[in-house]
Design a protein around this ligand. Structure first.
Ligand code: ACO
Length: 426
């Protein structure tokens, strides 16, 4: 049988080291034995942005970036988007299996009971400027929520963790809707536990101050599928933030605030907002070739937003599903005039060697903004919508991390490049 090991030869000393692989990967800590001289620290790996480092073992999400495959707990994203509800996906991510009918009903009941936030949170939202970015409001309100649940610090108790997870999955849509209503100058409605997860959120956002809102089943279903598509994506920037902060045993509200902060950036969940801005700036199909030239000019620092991905070197499977969903929304809400620009931009980019050579394809954010806009969400709400779905993934990953005996507080090393020791003589 082949030995699952590699041999490393240190040409500085001529010594060779057999290193056993762990699940097919090189355990970085084994490199420490490679020393010269004997009392040095030992060899480290240098991997800025963790491009080739597995930071954990996980059983939650599988991605094959070359083939464009995404699976939650083994289920292809296409099947989940077509057949399951978001709450089923929440259960799946958290517990590893699809729920039975009873388990699903129980989860829906628990979510219904937990959706409301304390009345004083409404005052907290009133404290923001009316034009505050809703993502800033969501991040702050998550950190604020930690102060209501001091028991959440007990992160080593799995039952307590589950309770906080249920609270967060249920309350994040409510906080998100309140951020929207603060911007819109509307009063903060109380959730309606009798409605589905997506319907409840849409009502909390769009209802008049008296609570009246007519649900459209197509939009309700699309919202639910969008939450599913965003639910998890293995060790991305925000999930790594969640795991990293959580590894110090911070409470999940504070850790989730950190994850949401990471998502806010335009290279991550803020990209859907940037796509819409970009499409508006292009303004007309005739301007696309000029824009593409700007993107290809390295000095311009302009990127084709919604294109490219660290892991996918193929069409992002979520983008394919979202493109189809977009047409369902446009049938209800009318055509989004920016769609033509997006389609033409995609067509031109996919034929251009710059994008072909670098394997840059549309990612999840390229078409999601068009849907959100057509549904009536203002651009700054886009990353907030992403965060609602991703909350389930962040919390499942956090939960897994805390149960993982291999994990300790996250603490990378560095290669110090600064001045050697010197004395304070000016
Ligand atoms: N437009 C133009 N060029 C791009 C783009 C883009 N969107 N993305 C990557 N490139 C180019 C880079 O300039 C680089 O070219 P070079 O090799 O000539 O220097 C090459 O492709 C590789 O790019 P990197 O930045 O090294 O790729 P990385 O994996 O670090 O970045 C990222 C991935 C951040 C997603 C990047 O593709 C990007 O900025 N895309 C636009 C923002 C975006 O859509 N983000 C959403 C990602 S999905 C999500 O987070 C939900």
């Amino acid at each position: 049988m082949t030995k699952e090991a590699v041999t490393i030869t240190d040409h500085r000393t001529g010594e060779s080291y057999d290193i056993d692989l762990v699940d097919g990967a090189l355990p970085a800590i084994a490199l420490r034995q490679i020393k010269t001289p004997d009392d040095d620290f030992g060899l480290m790996t240098y991997d800025p942005a963790f491009s080739n480092t597995a930071s954990c073992k996980s059983t939650i999400t599988y991605i094959d970036g070359d083939k464009g495959i995404l699976e939650y707990r083994g289920y292809p994203i296409e099947e989940l988007a077509e057949k399951s509800s978001f709450l089923e996906v929440v259960h799946l991510l958290l517990h590893g299996e699809l729920p039975s009918d009873d388990e699903l009903a129980q989860l829906a009941g628990t979510v219904g009971e937990n959706m409301a936030v304390d009345e004083s949170m409404k005052k907290f939202f009133d404290g923001f400027l009316e034009d505050a970015h809703p993502m800033g409001m969501l991040i702050s309100s998550l950190a604020c929520l930690a102060t209501y649940y001091p028991d959440a610090k007990n992160v080593n108790d799995p039952e307590n963790r589950l309770q906080q997870i249920h609270r967060l999955v249920s309350k994040v849509p409510t906080l998100s809707a309140y951020a929207f209503r603060r911007n819109a100058g509307l009063s903060y409605l109380d959730p309606d536990p009798t409605q589905s997860f997506a319907a409840n959120f849409l009502r909390l956002v769009f209802a008049d101050d008296d609570g009246s809102y007519t649900q459209n089943p197509v939009l309700e279903r699309v919202m639910d599928v969008l939450f599913t598509l965003h639910a998890d994506h293995e060790q991305n920037c925000s999930t790594s933030a969640m795991r990293g902060v959580g590894s110090s045993y911070s409470d999940p509200y504070s850790s989730l605030a950190a994850a949401a902060a990471a998502l806010y950036g335009p290279l991550h969940g803020g990209a859907n907002e940037a796509v819409l801005r970009m499409l508006n700036e292009i303004g007309d199909k005739d301007n696309i070739p000029g824009f593409i030239e700007q993107v290809k000019d390295k000095d311009s620092k302009i990127r084709l937003m919604g294109f490219g991905h660290r892991v996918y070197k193929n069409y992002d499977p979520r983008a394919k599903i979202i493109k189809k969903l977009a047409y369902e929304v446009f049938e209800v809400q009318g055509m989004n005039p920016l769609l033509d620009i997006a389609l033409e931009l995609e067509r031109i980019a996919l034929e251009d060697n710059y994008f072909v050579d670098r394997k840059l394809y549309p990612n999840v954010d390229f078409y999601s903004g068009l849907i959100y806009q057509s549904m009536g969400f203002p651009t700054p709400m886009f990353p907030v919508l992403f965060a609602i779905g991703r909350t389930s993934g962040w919390l499942s990953q956090w939960n897994e991390c805390l149960d993982d005996k291999d994990q300790r507080i996250a603490r990378p090393r560095q290669l110090y490049q600064g001045s050697p020791k010197r004395s304070y003589d000016k």
